[in-house]
Design a protein around this ligand. Structure first.
Ligand SMILES: [Zn+2]
Length: 334
């Protein structure tokens, strides 16, 4: 059996599967790509042939228009391509987010993209897949990052709304994933009032609704009168909560939903009055648990603080390697 690193390896064009001649989440356009999920640092426009989940393809079309050739894959549906079998399994990160499973001559690699283990009513849950090589993100790969239950953070938000009935709560949330999860969590917590959205958040919500995700009564915040938003919950992109757009609201309580809100300094710098620690990425414990669940003896770590995680898994006899792929920044859904 050929070792995985002889047929799957990083290149300047991204992670490359040689026998299949395709790239995973390439940073620049390529003839053949397999995409984990629709966030912009994973799904770039301009690829010719794209295999992904049908929800990811729908989200990519909404952002970039159609690509010339699309191959939608259902969960677990095998795509035999040259000497490689490709299957997708849920990653639990955002709608349509997938782990890419590659089987070649008796060895298996799993590229997990971004993932989390915490429950999320807006996407299918992560399922651990046994493999020889597991490729993991490391956005929150430090022991200080332990995300609280999201429902407890939503309860803090609703307590603040009850405490300040004369103010408008405006929450910074990224347009794909975080926004819809926040709305669904608010609905689960019994908030049945209309939720008001900055215009930039509406298109992605529409696609979630087309995929059967219930989000309830959503209204554009931009057309509402300032006084109509008193006592309401408004969602806006993080870039909008610090500028004039938010200041036109009535005595706004500025909130931000992100795993980075665990770092108080970040909340302070961003002028965030009510930080909500809600993340769509695995925390330290979830990363370690997931690596153990896959049974992989080798793990490649990317997208964040690789060294701490590599050190930690080495204590359990797992070989780690920092995979420094170009083109990935701090991603939009942390
Ligand atoms: Zn992502």
């Amino acid at each position: 059996m050929p070792p995985v690193d002889t047929w799957l390896y990083p290149t300047p064009q991204g992670l490359y599967c040689a026998p299949g001649d395709f790239f995973i989440d390439p940073p620049r356009p390529v003839p053949r790509a397999v995409i984990t999920h629709a966030h912009s640092d994973h799904a770039r426009p301009g690829n010719h042939t794209v295999a992904a989940s049908s929800a990811t393809l729908a989200l990519m079309r909404a952002r970039h228009g159609p690509c010339p050739a699309e191959t939608p894959l259902a969960w677990g549906e095998p795509l035999h391509h040259r000497d490689v079998t490709i299957t997708l399994h849920p990653a639990g990160h955002v709608l349509g987010s997938a782990q890419i499973v590659l089987d070649h001559q008796g060895t298996r690699a799993v590229i997990s993209g971004d993932y989390k283990r915490a429950p999320d009513p807006t996407c299918d849950p992560f399922t651990p897949i046994q493999c020889d090589l597991f490729i993991t993100e490391a956005t929150f790969a430090l022991p200080i990052f332990r995300h609280p239950p999201a429902a407890a953070e939503i309860a803090r938000l609703l307590a603040s709304v009850a405490l300040f009935p004369g103010r408008t709560h405006v929450i910074g949330a990224y347009s794909l994933g975080k926004t819809q999860r926040l709305i669904a969590l608010l609905r689960q917590s019994g908030w049945n009032e209309p939720i008001y959205l900055h215009g930039a958040l509406l298109p992605m919500c529409a696609i979630y609704q087309q995929h059967g995700i219930e989000l309830g009564d959503l209204r554009p915040a931009t057309v509402a009168e300032k006084r109509d938003l008193i006592g309401r919950i408004v969602l806006a992109p993080p870039s909008a909560i610090a500028d004039r757009w938010a200041r036109r609201l009535e005595d706004p309580v500025v909130c931000m939903a992100s795993g980075w809100m665990r770092v108080r300094q970040r909340a302070k710098q961003g002028g965030v009055e009510l930080p909500l620690v809600i993340s769509d990425h695995a925390d330290w414990d979830e990363l370690n648990q997931t690596i153990d669940d896959t049974g992989a003896r080798e793990v490649w770590v990317t997208h964040g603080t690789e060294d701490a995680l590599i050190h930690e898994i080495s204590k359990r006899g797992i070989k780690g390697r920092a995979l420094r792929l170009i083109g990935y920044g701090e991603e939009e859904a942390a």
